[in-house]
Design a protein around this ligand. Sequence first.
Ligand code: NAD
Ligand code: ZN
Length: 350
Amino acid sequence: MKALVYGGPGLKSWTDVPDPQIENPTDVIVRVDTTTICGTDLHILKGDVPAVTVGRILGHEGVGTISEIGASVTSLAVGDRVIISCIKSCGHCVNCSAGLFSHCLGDEGASGIGWVFGHLIDGTQAEFVRVPYAENSLHKVPAGVTDEQAVMLSDILPTGFEIGVQYGRVKPGDVVAVIGAGPVGLAAIATAGLYGAATIIAIDLDENRLERAADFGATDAVVSGSADWKEQVLALTDGAGVDVAIEAVGIPQTFTMATEIVRPGGSVANVGVHGAPVDLHLENLWIQNINISMGLVNANTTKMLLKLVASGKLPAEKLATHHFTFDQFLEAYDTFSRAAETKALKVVIA
Ligand code: NAD
Ligand code: ZN
C-alpha cells in the first residue's frame, strides 16, 4: 500500500510500504477512505516530537471501511464504515474506566502520545491502518453523516470540547474567550454553545480566522496583539473578566493572555501543546481563585458529538476547506502548512 512516511526532520514521502497485518485478536484493519492533516503532524515533521522516529506512518484522523477483523472482535464487521479515534484505548483498564483514554494501560504500559496514531504506532495517512483495541477505538458512522463530517470527530471536535469546554467548566450564560481560532479553537467555539455560553469571544491574529469564527458561533471578535485587545475583551464583560478563557494556540504568550482576561473564580483551560515552558504566575492566580486545567484529549465524547453532528447541531463540515486525492498528499501538506495564505482550516484527503 501507499502511505505518508516520516523521513526525519523536514522529510516526508508518499511511498510504498508493507500492508498492515492483524497482530492481536482485538485488532481491526481499516481501509482509510478519508483522512486529514493536523498541526501536530507539522510539529512532528519539524522534528519537535523526537519520540516519532524515521519510518513512522503519520496521521491520527481518519474515516474508513473495515477490511479485516481480529478473532475476538464481535461488535464490528467487515464493511462497517467507522471513525478512527485519534487515541486507541482498551476501554476497561483503570484509566480507561475513569475516561482517561489517553492514559490507557492496555499493553506495554505506554500512555500519553504512545496511544495516539502516527506517534509510536503507525497512523492514518495511508491506504490501510491497523487499529488496536478496535471495539473501543472505532465508532460506526450512521448513514447521513458524511466522511468529511465524521473525520472531524477523530480529534478536532473532541479536543476543543473536552479540553476546552468541559475542562473549562463552561456553564449557561457564561462569557467564554477562545484564544486561537484554528481548527481546535473553532471546535471549542462551536461546542461552547452546547453548554449555553451567552458570549463567545474569538481572539486571533488572523482576520480570516476571526471571520470563520462567526460561522461557528462566536459572538465577538478581537484582534490579538492590537494595542487595546485586553480592554476590548474586558469591555464585553462590563470590566469583570471572562468566566472561561480557552487557550488554543500553544505559545507561552497566549497562555499569559488567558490568565490576564479571566475573572476572579474563573477558569483557564489550556488546550495548546506548548513546545516551551509557560510563565505561570501562581501567586496572581492563587489570589484570584483561578481554576487552571490542561491535558491531552481523551476522545471519550466522540459518540456523543457524533449524535450532534448527525442531528445538524454541530456543523463539522464547515471545517473542511480544501480537498485532495491520496495521490496529492504532498500538495495537501503544502496547502495546509501555508494556511495563512491559503486560508485552509482542514484539508480533506479522500
Ligand atoms: P493552528 O495552528 O491551526 O491554529 C492556531 C491559531 O492560533 C491560528 O489561527 C493562529 O492565527 C492563532 N494564533 C497564533 N498566534 C496567536 C496569538 N499570539 N494570539 C492569538 N492567536 C494566535 O492549530 P490547531 O490545529 O487549531 O491547534 C491549536 C493547538 O491545540 C495547538 O497547539 C495544537 O498542538 C493543540 N492540540 C492540543 C490537543 C490536546 O490534546 N490538548 C490536541 C490537538 C491539538
Ligand atoms: Zn485502557
